[in-house]
Design a protein around this ligand. Structure first.
Ligand SMILES: Cc1cc2nc3c(=O)[nH]c(=O)nc-3n(C[C@H](O)[C@H](O)[C@H](O)COP(=O)(O)O)c2cc1C
Length: 220
């Protein structure tokens, strides 16, 4: 089977909020699905084992889901989805609220949130799948939920190597030097055939995460 065909599945864009060693953390995930509308409502999420978020859920059995909207800034996705919270406070520059349970929900133009308690965990190799019941959540939802397709097509976003929706970026080359330039924060590859990377003005910023030109690294 061609793994690229899997990109035809539909996904939403979510932030999973956790607490680790008493401190809130969060990461981006597409692997979230509602599995029951009964009482209580239930969801499944899947996280790769090497994430701080996965370890936090295994430890505390509690997490939040913030549903990203099409207005959620790309910088939020870059900061939470492409950087590990192991040694960094990723939420430092992101508007959020920490619930009484110690887990955060994102407030940067998100649609709604849910607080979830893990019922069962399943080890499926490189990932853990968590089945959880929803304990509480928003009374109303705002905005339009962001889909993974919207993130890819409209925001030109990427997912990191190892995440379920990772698709290798096309290698693009700067026309003057034959090298490619990649944003070190979000992985965006500069690919305008009309301008070399050096020709871009100094205050140019990454179209995905808004990082300055100096955040780009040369990739040979
Ligand atoms: C668009 C997108 C989708 C992602 N989907 C998932 C996912 O479904 N499961 C997962 O484990 N990681 C996923 N990730 C990767 C995690 O967000 C990323 O590894 C993050 O740095 C983990 O942070 P942590 O170590 O602080 O938990 C995704 C990232 C992006 C940008």
């Amino acid at each position: 089977m061609n793994p690229a065909v899997l990109s035809n599945l539909s996904y939403g864009m979510y932030v999973i909020g956790t607490k680790k060693d008493g401190r809130p953390n969060a990461c981006v995930a597409t692997s979230v699905v509602q599995i029951s509308s009964g009482n209580p409502e239930k969801v499944l999420i899947a996280l790769t084992k090497d994430t701080t978020s996965c370890a936090a859920i295994c430890e505390n059995k509690i997490f939040t889901i913030s549903v990203l909207s099409t207005d959620t800034p790309a910088s939020v996705i870059g900061a939470l989805g492409l950087v590990s919270g192991k040694n960094t406070d990723k939420l430092k520059n992101i508007r959020h609220k920490v619930l009484l349970e110690g887990v955060p929900v994102v407030k940067e133009n998100t649609c709604c949130w849910f607080l979830c308690h893990v019922l069962q965990s399943m080890d499926v190799g490189q990932e853990m799948v968590f089945a959880a019941e929803i304990l509480a959540g928003s009374d109303t939802a705002m905005g339009t939920p962001m889909t993974y397709e919207y993130y890819r097509q409209k925001m030109h976003g990427l997912s990191p190597v190892g995440s379920p929706t990772y698709i290798p970026p096309e290698k693009t080359f700067d026309k003057s030097s034959g090298e490619s330039f990649v944003c070190s924060v979000c992985g965006y590859v500069y690919s305008d055939p009309n301008f070399s990377f050096e020709e871009l003005r100094e205050n140019w910023t990454c179209p995905v995460c808004k990082m300055p030109k100096k955040a780009f690294v040369r990739r040979t």
